[in-house]
Design a protein around this ligand. Structure first.
Ligand code: SF4
Ligand code: SF4
Length: 75
């Protein structure tokens, strides 16, 4: 399984963990377009990439909107 895990800590403050399973992701860009905080940018090979995890509110809209169950957000 090929998963990319984005887990960052900023200034000692814990941030959500965002996991993108590239085996499931079809690069539709829905998560990039609909994240209300613009956390994602298009990354390598057009897979979504977490660029601004510090903005993530763990609302999980990206998880619910992903048609391929490729996203997981852990608080
Ligand atoms: S919504 Fe899901 S399938 Fe589409 S780019 Fe994002 S992670 Fe990949
Ligand atoms: S959980 Fe919400 S804020 Fe965080 S990346 Fe997903 S849509 Fe964006």
């Amino acid at each position: 399984m090929s998963s990319v895990v984005f887990d960052f800590t900023h200034g000692g403050v814990f941030m959500p963990m965002i996991i993108i399973n590239q085996n499931y992701c079809k690069k539709c860009g829905i998560c990039i377009a609909f994240c209300p905080k613009q956390v994602f940018i298009p990354g390598q090979k057009d897979y979504p990439q977490v660029q601004y995890v510090e903005k993530c509110t763990a609302c999980k809209l990206c998880v619910f909107r992903c048609p391929d169950f490729a996203l997981e957000v852990r608080e």
